[in-house]
Design a protein around this ligand. Structure first.
Ligand code: FES
Ligand code: FES
Length: 175
């Protein structure tokens, strides 16, 4: 995953270089960065405004909607609620970093089931489901019902169908 637009400001987005404290470094989609700006800056702002990774969306900013969901060390987290000060040594994955050579099975399932309507919530939905399927090979109805990401377009039935399809695709890819 490469930054699509202008390079990040020098004080907040550059990779560790000689003299930087490696303990303050973290990874975003496999690339190393460090942050020496405001430690209270939410990860969501850093991703969108500094790294220009705009696939992670801004919704409520209160931790409720889930549209900003990313993976931190493989676990789904609300990026609007994570300060940059907490990221040293951690690995962040955004929707832009999910595929490697081919689509992740969850992405493939989302396309096959034509889940997205306006699309705004969908990167957060996908990242949440990636975490769920990594933790549970056979998630039950309760696990799926517990997904708290909101969708104003009401795509929930298609999300459930896509999760079923992703389970099949994941099993196939593990054969
Ligand atoms: S924008 Fe982060 S949970 Fe809504
Ligand atoms: S697809 Fe529009 S908000 Fe979910």
């Amino acid at each position: 995953m490469k930054n699509a637009e202008s390079p990040p400001p020098a004080e907040t987005g550059k990779r560790p270089a000689g003299g930087e404290d490696p303990a303050s470094a973290f990874q975003v989609n496999g690339e190393a960065f460090f942050h020496s700006g405001d430690p209270a800056m939410p990860l969501l702002w850093y991703l969108r405004d500094v790294l220009r990774l705009t696939g992670t969306k801004y919704g409520c900013d209160t931790g409720n909607c889930g549209t900003c969901t990313v993976l931190i060390d493989g676990k789904a987290r609300r990026a609007c609620q994570v300060p940059m000060a907490d990221l040293s040594g951690h690995a962040i994955t955004t929707i832009e970093g999910l595929e490697s050579n081919r689509l992740h099975p969850v992405q493939q399932a989302w396309i096959e089931q034509d889940v997205a309507q306006c699309g705004y919530c969908q990167s957060g939905q996908i990242m949440t489901v990636v975490d769920l399927l990594a933790r549970k090979r056979r998630p039950g109805k309760d696990d799926i019902a517990a997904i708290a990401n909101l969708c104003r377009c009401g795509t929930y039935p298609r999300i459930r169908s896509a999760i079923e399809r992703a389970l099949v695709l994941t099993r196939d890819s593990n054969k």
